[in-house]
Design a protein around this ligand. Structure first.
Ligand SMILES: NC(=O)c1ccc[n+]([C@@H]2O[C@H](COP(=O)([O-])OP(=O)(O)OC[C@H]3O[C@@H](n4cnc5c(N)ncnc54)[C@H](O)[C@@H]3O)[C@@H](O)[C@H]2O)c1
Ligand SMILES: CC(C)=CCC/C(C)=C/C=C/C(C)=C/C=C/C(C)=C/C=C/C=C(C)/C=C/C=C(C)/C=C/C=C(\C)CCC=C(C)C
Length: 679
């Protein structure tokens, strides 16, 4: 049952008129309300649609009932009609006639089950052949923390000052935000999309729950110090049920080399040495060296390496481990592998091991990063969250609100406001401005400095970053629902396929990633179905400058080729078993994730000096910090979670929530800046 109280009359499709203050009980009226997203059944609603078939050209709306209506206990009240710009930047003229809801109208919903809401926008969209109007919660606020004010032609100006504003709710942004919130900071997260998570988000279609990005979660165990995702959730009182994955990845490589990376380290080593018996010693020596680094990392309490009191404290408490890490900081995996291994095919296998987590070969992959992933998969193991990867971001976003901080969706930041060269606030595409002591950008560095600070001189630090790192290509991704019987029994969850020559490893469309999360969690798909999430590297340049028709045709063609390869290599009959298919291109990633060229993240331009050149969280602009994959230690959900932890610590010290030593700070930041120039 949903109760909506309007303070303007509203007409439904049976021409019933609801007077102001009338309560509409949807179930009683058998109106259908479709909830597109309801990511938190406990306290927030996100978006629902009011459909209007094209044939109806008057402003009367019917409500369609969808599944998972999670509104049962909620009451919306005090709806007020206003007018604003509709979604997707379209402008609608204010209506004289205020009796009916019109496209472009804004519903002001003041409260929602005790929570205050900013505004709800009646926007415009297309779904299949029907035009539909979308009612979207532009902001869901907690308790008394109302950040919007009316007036100014629908544009609100913010007067409250936050400790931190986080631009973007990827895992990097959410971890930074939640860590700060638990330290007592008042944080506002601004997310341009309608749900949290960014590349670690989810979407639902036809009964399937798809992970937007990969389904391989490192750092999600209950052991050690490196389970940063588990720790980030625990910090805000959340724990997720997980399903252990017995095989991190099943490699299907050239020359019919097949290697399963078993959860049990000894089984993996036994499998690899059975394929390369002549390299047994080399294999053991290489992976042992990875363990040395992993164990050093795992012994530290992980906080900001840009904060001297912590850093020197760790050197004092764990000198050997810190020196080990300092020694490996500028080193790459390929060089170390070559110390022990000679077989070219085995070295190519190590390349593939690195490529799946860094999108570059072993010679370009920092040894610390490789050690982290090559060992964590055996130490804590890869664990899949029940209900899908999107649950992690949802839980963090809820945890943030529980801590008294806020998250606004559909809040597209278009500029960072500077005052005397310092970051003081942000400006949204609808003109609203918010101010805070510190601004943390979870957009990539290219987007932060190229778009949000457009017109400002690029700081030297960023120039250096762009000299050393380029944007990695994006992905072509295919989300499919298939008949379950097409998968042989005991199919693994994750696969990496490179059927041709090793030289194709890094080429666009050369290798194929495949995840079948329903192998672990069958609740993600309707009964008798599996999800196949297929992705392969692809550049945006390949998808530009063509008509919509050609673009669609190309999507079909390229997807078909990839599916044919999988059919040939792994699953005969795959094509016939497809019951759902959706193809995303680099343009899709750019659009939904706001990432320049849809990039997967940074990759070194040449051979890097390990992690030495990777910037941490502070930037050349006072009070502006970056978090996410264009910060140390780079791409990966666990990696950006670490960047979030580091960022929160550095910001907390700067706003007085953690200890700070200004003189040491200046010296350390200078030293780290200089070290980066050596990369
Ligand atoms: N699980 C996977 O395999 C998988 C898949 C893809 C990416 N990833 C990982 O996730 C990492 C990225 O995480 P992240 O935290 O750095 O970022 P992210 O790209 O996941 O999230 C950034 C968020 O910021 C939002 N945003 C961007 N610009 C904005 C703006 N101007 N205003 C408001 N919001 C804005 C985006 O909508 C997005 O939600 C990648 O490196 C990658 O390794 C993982
Ligand atoms: C400062 C100075 C100078 C010095 C000092 C020394 C020291 C103390 C140092 C320290 C350091 C540290 C702590 C570091 C740390 C690091 C870390 C944590 C790292 C991490 C990393 C991670 C990573 C990289 C990850 C990644 C991952 C990824 C990317 C993933 C992905 C996945 C996918 C894509 C999937 C696949 C799929 C299939 C196959 C299907």
């Amino acid at each position: 049952m949903v109760d909506l109280t309007f303070n303007s009359p509203l007409v439904n499709h049976n021409s019933q008129v609801f007077s102001p203050q009338n309560t509409i009980k949807f179930s009683a009226l058998s109106h259908k309300l479709q909830q597109i997203q309801s990511f938190d059944t406990q306290r927030t609603f996100n978006m629902f649609s009011i459909y209007r078939p094209r044939s109806q050209n008057h402003n009367i709306f019917s409500f369609e009932h969808g599944k998972a209506l999670a509104f049962s206990d909620y009451k919306l009240s005090n709806l007020k009609l206003g007018h604003i710009n509709a979604a997707q930047g379209r402008k609608f003229r204010p209506r004289k006639e205020r009796n009916n809801l019109s496209s472009g109208d804004m519903l002001k919903i003041k409260t929602f089950n005790g929570y205050k809401l900013g505004s709800v926008e009646l926007g415009y969209g297309e779904k299949k052949r029907n035009r539909h109007f979308v009612l979207m919660a532009k902001s869901v606020l907690n308790g008394e923390n109302v950040v919007e004010k009316e007036g100014n032609g629908g544009v609100s100006m913010e007067t409250n000052k936050y400790d931190a504003i986080v631009i973007g709710s990827g895992i990097g942004g959410l971890v930074a935000a939640t860590q700060l919130a638990v330290k007592g900071a008042r944080v506002l997260v601004l997310e341009k999309y309608v749900i949290p998570g960014g590349s670690s988000g989810y979407y639902q279609r036809d009964g399937y729950t798809f992970d937007v990005g990969s389904s391989v979660m490192f750092g999600f165990s209950d052991k050690g110090n490196l389970n940063l995702i588990t720790q980030a959730l625990a910090a805000v009182g959340c724990e997720m049920e997980v399903i252990p994955d017995p095989t991190t990845v099943h490699f299907h490589l050239s020359n019919d080399l097949s290697v399963q990376v078993h959860r049990e380290y000894s089984e993996f080593i036994a499998e690899l040495t059975s394929k390369f018996p002549h390299e047994k010693e080399g294999i053991l020596a290489f992976y042992d060296e990875c363990w040395k680094i992993f164990n050093a990392l795992n012994s530290l309490e992980l906080k900001s390496l840009e904060e001297p009191i912590y850093l020197f404290g760790q050197f004092f408490q764990k000198p050997l481990e810190c020196l080990t890490l300092a020694y490996y900081l500028p080193q790459n995996t390929g060089d170390i592998a070559r110390k022990y291994i000679k077989d070219p095919q085995l070295l190519s296998f190590i390349d593939a091991e690195c490529f799946i987590v860094s999108t570059v070969n072993a010679l370009q992959t920092p040894m610390i990063n490789a050690s982290m992933v090559l060992c964590d998969r055996h130490f804590g193991g890869i664990n899949y969250p029940v209900g899908g990867v999107g649950g992690i971001a949802k839980a963090l976003a809820n945890g943030l609100v529980d801590q008294g901080s806020e998250i606004l969706y559909k809040a597209n930041v278009t500029g960072i406001v500077l005052e005397d060269g310092k970051a003081v606030g942000v400006r949204l595409s609808d003109g609203r401005e918010f101010f805070a002591k510190t601004i943390i950008s979870n957009a990539t560095r290219w987007d932060t400095f190229g778009k949000l600070l457009k017109g400002e001189k690029l700081p030297k630090e960023e120039e250096n970053f762009q000299k050393v790192y380029v944007k990695a290509p994006s992905f072509l991704s295919i989300h499919m629902g298939v008949k379950a019987e097409v998968l042989p029994p005991d199919t693994d969850c994750h696969h990496f396929v490179l059927e041709d020559s090793w030289t194709r490893l890094e080429e666009p469309y050369g290798s194929i990633f495949l995840s079948i999360p329903t192998v672990l969690d069958s609740s993600l798909a309707p009964e008798g179905r599996h999800i196949l999430h297929i992705f392969t590297t692809s550049s945006i340049e390949d998808w530009q400058g063509m008509s919509q028709k050609d673009y669609n045709a190309k999507k079909e063609l390229v997807a078909d080729e990839i599916i044919s390869r999988l059919e040939k290599k792994l699953f005969p009959g795959l094509k016939k078993s497809i019951v759902f298919k959706e193809v995303g291109t680099p343009k899709t990633h750019r659009r939904y994730l706001g990432r320049d060229k849809g990039t997967y993240g940074p990759m070194p331009r040449g051979t890097p000096k390990g992690l030495l050149g990777m910037p941490f969280n502070t930037t050349g602009i006072d009070n502006l910090y970056c978090v996410g994959d264009s910060c140390f230690p780079g791409q990966g959900v666990i990696a950006v979670a670490f960047s979030g932890v580091m960022c929160a610590h550095r910001v907390a010290a700067d706003i007085g929530l953690e200890k700070k030593a200004p003189v040491l700070d200046a010296a350390l930041l200078k030293l780290l800046g200089w070290l980066r120039t050596l990369a």
